[in-house]
Design a protein around this ligand. Structure first.
Ligand code: AMP
Ligand code: GLY
Length: 425
């Protein structure tokens, strides 16, 4: 098969790395890709929202399957457009991607289907939203309805902050239309986890649960980022809890969408909060997570390509059981100096050759470029160093030993990825 992966991050490198090993791959392409992806796929400079450019490319290259990484093309209807032209594509249609692109749609769906989530109110009127926050006690959460590149949720700890957040979103329009409508919801204390599942419109097959580390600094301090590291599995999610999440959250969501005439195919990503031992949905994403995909895919034993095809064809029930390597997989993200506000670019990356060819360590590239066999930095999140080992201790030790072999000017990373699993275990 000829396969095209759309995207340029660590998530897409992990997908390309895995797909390149598939026995059914003829030719693998990625648009636009990155320095590391160019080692396993042919990269072409087309952006994810250039739907007609991607369609022409897919026709010219006789693409048999398109795999969409990021949310923006999904929300813009790339899947609907490709389906109309009969080109198989992995990902939900725009009405399905609304589970991520509209928090109001997502929360209302959860409410109607009794899917556990924080109690909430919806506002499109600034005066009414202000009255709501004035009547509330902190903490609570304000969320923009639309896509804000992961920055649209504000956990409010003091009232002055609440007032300025509402004004910025609803009056000053810092995220345009995406922030004109807001959700105000109860704060749920607890532990977070990411629960990703393959979906074919009717049924789901879960991946092992994982945990992201969104804040920039150790001990979850500092500003939120795209994600500073992730690991899988999660020690406290036992078989009973896993079944509860699968049935009362993930499957119920797919069925609720199906009942509304939305065949949800692709990955459904539940951002969960375990509060008082019970799972609640904080948000849904309509795609693979980044960086969660890096440790999850590194742990996957089965061939990924037939699973993606089965989702598109609505035949997940027909595939063999997906198998996963034993043990723990941990990914530490290395970022550029100045990330997340003003990441530096163009720095030479050294040490990658020392890790090449390792079975138990893989460096997934995000913001990198390759020219004359030399990798340089080109974005905020640069690399996702990923290691697998029999225990949390072993995998964490191994990943940080690998990190120590890499250097570039301004390189920064969290030193505590996976520590929560050690404490919990
Ligand atoms: P979101 O963009 O919806 O995933 O929210 C970003 C982050 O804000 C989450 O990862 C949580 O840490 C936090 N958050 C969002 N909603 C809530 C909530 N209802 N209770 C507690 N924390 C929340
Ligand atoms: N890891 C967070 C996300 O993919 O949205």
């Amino acid at each position: 098969m000829n396969v095209l992966v759309i995207g340029s991050g660590g998530r897409e490198h992990a997908l390309c790395w895995k797909l390149a090993q598939s026995k059914d791959i003829n030719k693998l392409y990625c648009t636009p890709g990155n320095g590391g992806i160019s080692d396993v796929a042919e990269c072409h400079d087309i952006t994810g929202t250039d739907i007609s450019g991607l369609m022409d490319f897919s026709r010219n290259m006789r693409i048999d399957l398109v795999v969409v990484g990021p949310e923006n093309p999904l929300a813009a209807g790339i899947v609907d457009a490709f389906q109309k032209k009969g080109i198989p594509i992995f990902g939900p249609v725009a009405r399905g991607a609304a589970i991520e692109a509209s928090k109001i749609f997502s929360k209302q769906l959860m409410k109607e289907s009794s899917i556990p989530t924080a109690p909430f109110q919806v506002f499109d009127d600034y005066g009414k939203a202000r009255a709501c926050i004035e009547a509330r006690q902190t903490p609570f959460v304000i969320k923009a309805d639309g896509l804000c590149a992961g920055k649209g949720a504000y956990v409010i700890k003091d009232m002055a902050e609440a007032g300025s957040v509402l004004k910025e979103l609803m009056v000053n329009g810092i995220y345009g239309d995406a922030g004109r409508k807001v959700i105000i919801e109860d704060f749920l204390p607890g532990i977070e986890a990411s629960y990703l599942a393959f979906a074919d419109g009717n049924t789901i097959v879960p991946m092992p649960a994982s945990q992201d580390h969104k804040p920039l600094l150790d001990d979850d301090l500092g500003p939120n980022t795209g994600g500073m590291g992730a690991y899988t599995p999660i020690p406290f999610i036992n078989d009973d809890l896993d079944r509860e999440i699968r049935e009362t959250i993930m499957l119920r969501t797919i069925e609720a969408m199906r009942d509304q005439g939305i065949p949800y195919k692709g990955v459904l990503y539940g951002g969960l909060m375990f509060s008082g031992g019970k799972p609640y949905v904080i948000e849904f994403n309509a795609r693979f997570g980044d960086p969660e995909t890096q440790p999850i895919i590194f742990k996957m034993k089965s061939d990924l390509l037939p699973v993606l095809v089965a989702c598109v064809e609505g035949k997940l029930n027909n595939i063999e059981e997906i198998t996963w390597k034993d043990g723990v997989s941990v990914c530490v993200v290395l970022t550029s100096g100045g990330y997340p506000e003003n990441p530096e670019k163009g720095k030479i990356i050294r040490g990658l050759d020392k890790l090449a060819g390792r079975e138990d360590v893989m460096v997934f590239h995000a913001g990198t470029k390759k020219a004359n066999s030399q990798y340089t930095t080109s974005g905020g999140r640069v690399l996702g160093v990923t290691a697998i080992g029999p225990t949390y201790e072993n995998a964490i030790k191994k990943v940080y030993e690998a990190v120590a072999m890499i250097e570039f000017e301004g390189m920064f990373y969290r030193k505590d990825i996976g520590r929560k699993a050690l404490i919990a275990g």
